[in-house]
Ligand binder design. Sequence first.
Ligand SMILES: *Cc1c(COP(=O)(O)O)cnc(C)c1O
Length: 489
Amino acid sequence: MNFIETRGNDGEHPLKVSFSSAILAPIASFGGIYIPECLPQLGEDFLQKHVNSGYKTLAKAVLEAFEIDIESEVIDEALSLYDHFDDPANPVPLVKVKHDLYVSELYHGPTRAFKDMALQPFGVVLSSLAQKRNENYLIMAATSGDTGPAALETFKNRANVQVACLYPDGGTSDVQRLQMVTEDAENLKVIGIHGDFDDAQNALKRLLGSAAFKAKLKEKNIHLSAANSVNFGRIIFQLIYHIYSYLELLRQDVISMGEKVYLDVPSGNFGNALGGYYAMKMGLPVEKILIASNKNNVLTQLIKYGQYDLRNMSVVSTSSPAMDILKSSNVERILCDMFGTERTKELMANLDNDNHYELSAAELAQFQTIFAADFCEDEEGKQYIKEAFNGGYLMDPHTATCFKAYDTCRDKPLTTIAYSTAEWTKFSPTIANALTGELDTSDIDALKSIAKEANISIPDIISGLFDKDVTQKTVINKQDIEQEILAFL
Ligand SMILES: *Cc1c(COP(=O)(O)O)cnc(C)c1O
């Protein structure tokens, strides 16, 4: 299977690239990204065949349908990382919350957030490609809290790969910071910066685009890449769990084969939702994909009114920080799939130049056959957390946004799969506040009070963080980042 570009071709990039090229160099002509040339069709016989398959078997079959240029043994090794999830036989549990609402829990990996679903296997694939080509890669990441730990965890001690991870000092939760600064592998460098997430993100973008920086890396024989979700190598692993969750509903006798369901996705960069869209296009019986946002509600505006408008918007901090995003990179792949490269190039140029684009009425109608959307304010989110808890389900603030979308976006009484993207342990102060009203608690106190309220224990992997040595002590000004990274290499 080949990959083509979302914004058309500039005559310098190749017209089509293989999967491995698309993941090693994810940026295409005119700043576009790569999408599969066509999608394999899986259909009912595929679903029937895999009704009783385990996660890895299903994943292997989906990846095989894409005919990617990665050796079978490498794929097996990549998928074996799901064996380190809480329950290797069922890495993505599906839990019933109310009569037709089921939660698919994507956070049972090593860093307790959904980023592990894709980054765990992706680390193996990328490192193996680098080894095979005898090349060395510097992977850069800027994180507001979940991508950083997941990227460090997957690349630690892997050959031919080094990671530099930038985070805003004071801008993450204690648990997220400890997950990063207690990593001590030699190929990892964690850098706190005085500033916010935007400063970290801008520093990353500047370095990724800097010819001088790349020249200095070249002297050291190092290529530069990034671990963000525009990389199709992450997306491909994010389609599998949508199919798996559907099969899980069949196994639990909740639905019958072919019955349509809603997918309900807490969205930021739209990678998770895009995985659902591809699964639907490949034949999964989905009625609609519900896009849940927080107060940074650009996606709601787009899907309701056809306007992507950042002209009077700036990012606001919410209690679901992994969704505090205005430029949602993966929407571009949907635009391209629906409206073609010419139109995508035009719309993305409008966004880059004017901070705004508008879909035509026909385009909006097409969007709305697939998507519905709503956003959830922090206060409402806390009520959903409390309500779910009273009904016996403990969830994090990102997951809570889906419960609003479940209430407001469905027009048919169909079974709904909501995705839970983080464990309660990662955003404990908000949850403690929702459950007990306590304010301004530290992570460790919040963890303890939730554990007490819920009568559960704090997972060792989280409580252990507070006793680990801090090995990554660098906290610097943003103008010193480049020098710090070069010194590390
Ligand atoms: C990354 C993340 C999201 C957003 O996912 P996208 O694929 O970027 O839309 C939601 N919740 C949590 C906890 C995350 O870490």
